[in-house]
Design a protein around this ligand. Structure first.
Ligand code: GAP
Length: 386
């Protein structure tokens, strides 16, 4: 971290330099980041301060270059366990969910009769004393991680690291997001526990930023738990007749950050002006499988409310996916409200439904409407959200 002596504002040095790099053209920004990575790799704190001053990186509050020295700081929140607060009761909130998995490794392996390779995944809260929490849910002090630790035979970590890089990128592309929006960023300065690490970055409206980290954590974590608890963290591998502390490949993705990614990707303001008549809409084009509400059911007019069909359709669908019923306002207004919430399908029940059992289904992104039998609505939505 570094403080500005005039404003007393504190910054994380890497975030300060990264924010400045974003204001430069691409080549200059990349050159600056490469210089920063090299200095971080060598723990060269004076060099980092010189880099900030040489690049004229000013405090956004005071506008001055009056910086303190660069200092290391602890990202973990400490607190006290129990009623007496002395040194022995000091504990820390977890800054990653990973350690719970390591502690439970043998328990899961033995009770689940698991053979290596296998993974344990979980979702949970993590806490970090971020100096600057900002950009909506991008960086928070309390956030949610989805992590997996994949246990492997020592010596196979390079292959598994490549395997998980590929698998995780496939998962991201499976959200329906284009390849150009993603890139890998290899870490130059490795964390003390890793022998290889990279980030999957997404092109947010605020630039390319990390959403997921993939780390080859060696036997560091299990080894340390073994050393300090005195309890063996070994696995007997029947295929090679050997005991060993497994190596680990970790995939770690921020849940909140992924929500921000999906929102950034989906949010659109569309100009629908036609023949001199101004019109526009806000639409959240979620892939149907991610949309919180999948289907909206509308009776065309108040008269239809007393008919049974809207309720029948709701009853047919709501066991399978989340649907929403609405009868207020003109149909066009209802469509626009659903666009802004990202509901991929709206179904309207009208006079013709009585004649031939068909309804109008309206597709959110194309705004096209078609008539289909009411009895096929559920299956159509089910197919789209698979
Ligand atoms: N166990 C490894 C680990 O925690 P990380 O790269 O520090 O790795 C993993 O964090 C992911 O957690 C990041 O890619 C990001 O999506 C999310 N994350 C980290 N810090 C965060 C914060 N302050 N607010 C929101 N999400 C955060």
């Amino acid at each position: 971290m570094i403080d500005n002596k005039d404003s007393k504002k504190r910054y994380r040095v890497d975030h300060l330099i990264e924010a400045h790099a974003e204001t430069l053209d691409k080549a200059a920004g990349e050159a600056l980041l490469a210089q920063m990575d090299e200095l971080l790799k060598n723990d060269d704190f004076n060099g980092l301060r010189d880099l900030i001053i040489a690049n004229n990186i000013k405090c956004s509050v005071s506008g001055t270059l009056n910086w303190t020295d660069v200092r290391q700081f602890n990202l973990m929140f400490s607190t006290q366990l129990g009623s007496v607060s002395d040194e022995s009761s000091e504990i820390y909130l977890r800054p990653e969910t990973a350690q719970g998995i390591f502690v439970n490794f043998l328990n899961v392996q033995k009770t689940g009769r698991m053979k290596i390779p296998f993974g344990i995944a979980q979702v949970g809260k993590a806490f970090r004393n971020e100096i600057v929490a900002r950009q909506f849910v991008f960086r928070m002090r309390e956030f949610e991680q989805m992590e997996m630790q994949f246990f492997i035979r020592p010596g196979t970590q390079k292959e598994w690291y490549e395997y998980w890089k590929e698998e995780r990128m496939k998962w991201h592309l499976g959200l329906g997001i284009s390849k150009e929006k993603y890139r890998f960023h290899d870490h130059v300065k490795l964390a003390f526990y890793a022998d290889a690490a990279c980030d999957i970055e997404y092109d947010f409206p605020i630039g390319f930023k990390e959403v997921e980290g993939i780390h080859s954590r060696t036997d560091h974590d299990l080894g340390r738990h073994q050393q300090f608890s005195g309890k063996k963290m070994q696995y007997f591998d029947p295929e090679i007749n050997q005991n060993y502390v497994p190596y680990v490949i970790e995939t770690s993705i921020g849940l909140d950050r992924t929500v921000l990614l999906v929102l950034s990707e989906a949010y659109k303001e569309e100009d629908l002006s036609k023949d001199g008549k101004e019109d526009s809409r806000v639409v959240l084009s979620f892939p149907p499988k991610l949309a919180p509400v999948k289907l909206a059911v509308f009776p065309l007019t108040k008269k239809m409310v007393c008919l049974n069909w809207p309720r029948e359709l709701m009853a047919d669908c709501k066991q399978d996916f989340y649907c929403f019923y609405e009868e207020k306002d003109a149909i066009g207004k209802r469509y626009r409200r659903r666009d802004a919430i990202g509901t991929p399908f709206c179904v309207t029940i009208d006079h013709q439904t009585k004649e031939d059992g068909t309804v109008t289904i309206r597709h959110r992104d194309s705004m096209e409407q078609e008539r289909i039998p009411m009895s096929s609505v559920r299956e159509l939505v089910r197919q789209a959200i698979r």
